[in-house]
Every structure is written in C-alpha cells, then in structure tokens.
Design a protein around this ligand. Structure first.
Ligand SMILES: [Zn+2]
Length: 362
C-alpha cells in the first residue's frame, strides 16, 4: 500500500496518506483499539513509521490509549484508539423544499441534527441566509468538543463537484452558474465541499478495500442516481454522471422540465403524484434494469422521501423487474434494498465528503 505513490512522490502527501490508513484502521477497530505492531502489520509500514505517525496523531488529540493487549512474550503492547469527538464535520442537505443539517464526529456518528422548510426557488441571497442560519443553529444546539473540519453540502444536480458551481438544476434554472461552494464558505468561514445529493449518499456505500459496484437510486422531489463503480464513487469527466432521471424511456411521452420528452423522472413523479405506487415502482424498475444492464452492478439501494414513505412496493417492484431481466439473460440476480441510513443517507453522506479524505476514502 505504501508503495502505491511510487518513488519521488511528495513526502508530505505520502505521510498524510499513511496517516489516513492508520486513522482508518483505528476508526474501524472502535473502542478496542489497535496496537502499534498490529498497525505496522496491517499497513505494511515500518514500526518506526507507525511510531512517528501515531505520535503526531496523538499530539493532535486524534488518538488515545485503549489499554494493554495480551502479551506474546515481553512487554505487552498498548492499544491505541481513535478519539471520535476530537473533530467534527457538518453535513448540509439542500433539498427543493427542506434544509437538513447534521453534526457528525470522526466515527461518522451523528451527534446533532436539525431540519427546516426551505425554498430552493427563493433568490440566492435568501436561500443562503436560510441555509447558513440552520448551520449556525445546529452549532448553537450542540456542545461540540472538537474542532470543526468543514461543511459537506449535498444539493440537487447537475453541478460541478470540482469547482463547486451549480448547473441548470431541473425546475430551478436561476442557479445555473452560481458558485454555491464559495458563497457558503465565505458566509460560514469554514471549508466547504459541494456534491450532488445522490453522490453524497453513494459515498456511504463505499466499503474500503472492495471493488464492489452499487447504485443508489433517489426518488424524492426529483429522481437521480449515485454510482459506486469498482469501489469508488463515479462522478464522470464533468462530475455530471448519474443524471438517471433524464433518460428518455417514452419518445412521445410528456414534456420534462429539462426540455426533453418522456424522461423517467417526469413519468415517475407523475405516477407518484396520482398515488399509483405500483406504476411508480414499475417505472423505477425499468430505469434500474437499464442501469444494471449497462453497468453490471452488484447491488441497488433505494432511498429518497417517496420511497421511504412506503418502501415495500418499490423494493418488490424494482427487485422483480431486475430479477426477470437477469433471468432472461442468465445473469445472477442483483440485490435490491432500502438504503441503510434511510432519510439521513444524503445528509450524513454530505458530512462524509469532509471526513472521507481523512481516512483515505472517496
Ligand atoms: Zn428530463
């Protein structure tokens, strides 16, 4: 693992990547902790390198002693553990009609949460004032022990993750070109990372060390997908991947706010609006089947308000359609489930946008 950066790699970056690997092992070990020899064994780093890294992390307050390990002869090694409340990150979800904020610790545990009605169609200044007020109220509520690392913001796409600029959000063209990340960073005086709501949730599906592929399908006030391909969140060349809702599935279908006709999102939201969950699930299943065929993914997770209000017909409908299609193609079945964190999948995923680099994830 330590050789991945290769000779001539920047020493500071290498050191911090190794520190991230050590932090991830400590986080995954929880209260029991890990000893220095175990850290060396699992990372492939030398004992000297591990001692240096752990000393630095300890000086920063990120780790503490967790008691002694059983001796295998000689002095028993001391276990080290992550101090979860040494630092915190904020997750902020801007939905079309609601703003949600959570404060999470280093272990990703939510320690405070708030939500309020929100108008994504309001003038930018007003919307930003409402969003930042929610973050300030969250911080006033919570007695956060450790320093704040930053704010991860999840918003409806399309947007540019790299530059932090919104694109033409369907139904809200006034945000096109708006530098949301920098505007929020100025107002909050904190580092900010911006990503699509679906990508934030997809980050929660990443399991370190696996090459799994998964799709998160979000049916809320819009319809989108977050993709994990080969173990990493896939954002695409312009970070526009996952515009799942705007695949045309009916050439003579009703107009969609995006300018096309017969988009999956328009058809699916119309079915939801007339209370026909069976048809909404069938439509979602058509899109999910297309995705499974196109990308050969291992599992599908469903989330978003419309699904979570009554998950059973959606899970059953989508699973049945994928299973029938897979059977026709003699492919093994793909699992379909409700996303693990439910309503919090997006906002806690947003906080992960800030935490992930600390643990060499995402
Ligand atoms: Zn469309």
């Amino acid at each position: 693992m330590s050789g991945a950066a290769g000779p001539g790699a920047n020493l500071t970056a290498l050191r911090s990547h190794n520190a991230a690997l050590v932090l991830r092992l400590l986080r995954d070990a929880g209260e029991d902790g890990v000893s220095r020899p175990e850290l060396a064994g699992r990372t492939g780093l030398t004992p000297q390198a591990v001692s240096k890294i752990t000393a630095r992390l300890r000086a920063e307050g990120l780790l503490a002693e967790a008691g002694q390990r059983a001796s295998t002869g000689g002095k028993p090694p001391t276990a080290l553990r992550l101090v979860p409340d040494a630092r915190h990150a904020i997750g902020l979800q801007l939905d079309r009609d609601e703003v949600t904020a959570v404060l999470v610790d280093l272990a990703g545990t939510s320690v405070a949460a708030r939500s309020a009605p929100f108008d994504f169609g309001a003038p930018a200044e007003e919307a930003l004032a409402a969003a930042t007020a929610e973050v300030r109220a969250l911080l006033a509520d919570a007695a956060a022990g450790g320093g704040l690392l930053g704010v991860g913001v999840a918003a409806p796409g399309p947007l540019d993750h790299g530059s932090g600029v919104l694109h033409r959000v369907t139904g809200f063209p006034q945000w096109d070109g708006f530098p949301l990340r920098d505007a929020l960073a100025d107002l909050l005086a904190l580092p900010v990372v911006l990503d699509k709501d679906t990508n934030a949730a997809a980050l929660g599906l990443v399991t370190a060390g696996t090459a799994e592929s998964a799709a998160y399908l979000h049916l809320g006030t819009g319809l989108g997908a977050g993709l994990v391909l080969g173990g990493d969140v896939y954002r695409g060349a312009r970070t526009d991947a996952g515009e799942f809702g705007h695949q045309v599935i009916q050439l003579d279908g009703p107009p969609c706010d995006c300018g096309n006709n017969g988009c999956l999102e328009a058809l699916c939201l119309a079915a939801v609006a007339r209370g026909d969950r069976t048809d909404a699930a069938r439509l979602l299943g058509i899109g999910a089947t297309n995705l499974v065929r196109l990308l050969d993914i291992d599992r599908v997770l469903l989330g978003g308000r419309m699904v979570l209000a009554d998950p059973e017909p959606y899970v059953r409908g989508v699973a049945t359609m994928i299973a029938e299609d897979s059977a026709r193609a003699s492919r093994p079945p793909v699992s379909v489930d409700v996303v693990e964190r439910g309503e919090r999948a997006v906002v806690e995923g947003a906080a992960r946008l800030v935490l992930a680099p600390l643990f060499a994830l995402g």
